[in-house]
Design a protein around this ligand. Sequence first.
Ligand SMILES: NC(=O)c1ccc[n+]([C@@H]2O[C@H](COP(=O)([O-])OP(=O)(O)OC[C@H]3O[C@@H](n4cnc5c(N)ncnc54)[C@H](OP(=O)(O)O)[C@@H]3O)[C@@H](O)[C@H]2O)c1
Length: 338
Amino acid sequence: MSGSVRILVTGATGAVGGAVMRALDAAGHRPHGVSRRGGTGPRQHVWQVGREEPPPALRGPWDTVVHCAADTRWNLPFEEAERANVDPLRAVLRLTTPETHLVHLSSSYATGLAGDVTSPSPDAYRNSYEWSKAATERLVHAESARADIVRFPVVMGARTDGLLDRYSGFFWLPTSLCSGAVPAMVAEEKALLDIVSTDDVAQHVTRLLAAGAPAATRLSVLGRGDRAQPVAEAFETVRAALNTWRAAHGVPPLDRLPSMTPEQWNRFYLPFAEQHLDRAQLLRVTAFRAYQGYLSVTEPFEVTHRVPDTALVLHRSIRRWAETHASAARRVPRPWRT
Ligand SMILES: NC(=O)c1ccc[n+]([C@@H]2O[C@H](COP(=O)([O-])OP(=O)(O)OC[C@H]3O[C@@H](n4cnc5c(N)ncnc54)[C@H](OP(=O)(O)O)[C@@H]3O)[C@@H](O)[C@H]2O)c1
């Protein structure tokens, strides 16, 4: 595939889209990028995908579309999650023809609680984000005969230096550890935290483009699978990375958090906390509850492409986060008091 092939990357300013743009550039392509606010650099366009018609420069058909644009917030109302994640895919599909190679980025968590994406019921998923990502996979199957669907778990930065174009989602953890918003490590004993680097995703997408569109819709699942870091170990990696940065900046280290299972937390600590904590503390506890489901995944994802070890990627990404979020990283957690 040469630089003359028209490639569109949606979500080009995001954590994953930014890395995909760089990898495609490095492979000799000249991709066009799209985002709501537009990016810096050549061939970056502004388009609210799914909310307005595409600008003339972006009208199709495209040879290849790598669809990374998404709203990854877990707490959107369901109709809003549909507008944020399903409507943009519908708009992107209108730029394709049967010859277009569509690479649709999804999430390993799109399989929700049942382990597959088939159910349209919100009850089959942990939240509206998973539900909407499952809906996008079903839409790709229904509307595109030759697409690649690429699922992956939590995304960390570049393998060499932890660089990420955007810090969202998982980065609630270092923020909360430093501010004291996480009162305990609440996780199942055998829970795994599967992680990939943006490089793993970007390189995989580049390889898919080099191979060309599949004869029928094809699924790749990237990750560490049953070799993912246990959650308790990943928490320690995060704490160690933060403490390395804090030591270098004269900030006291973070203590190890008490650990407990979700059952212990929900049955004993939470009812007690709800009676005795103040409003601000309760708000923090409620926000924290949203993440529990992700720290309780004991069944490894079945990966089709196992990525190299990610413990160092996690360490470097958290250190990089600390470098770029110094005021949050140097906070000294206030002890929990009732
Ligand atoms: N991050 C993770 O841990 C993770 C894990 C598994 C799967 N994924 C999947 O990976 C993909 C990329 O996620 P990410 O983490 O890179 O997200 P991100 O960092 O939040 O970036 C989202 C990107 O999409 C753009 N965007 C969102 N809605 C848009 C719209 N309607 N029109 C135009 N642009 C829009 C944003 O543009 P603006 O900057 O202008 O808002 C931004 O460029 C998504 O499909 C996500 O579901 C992510």
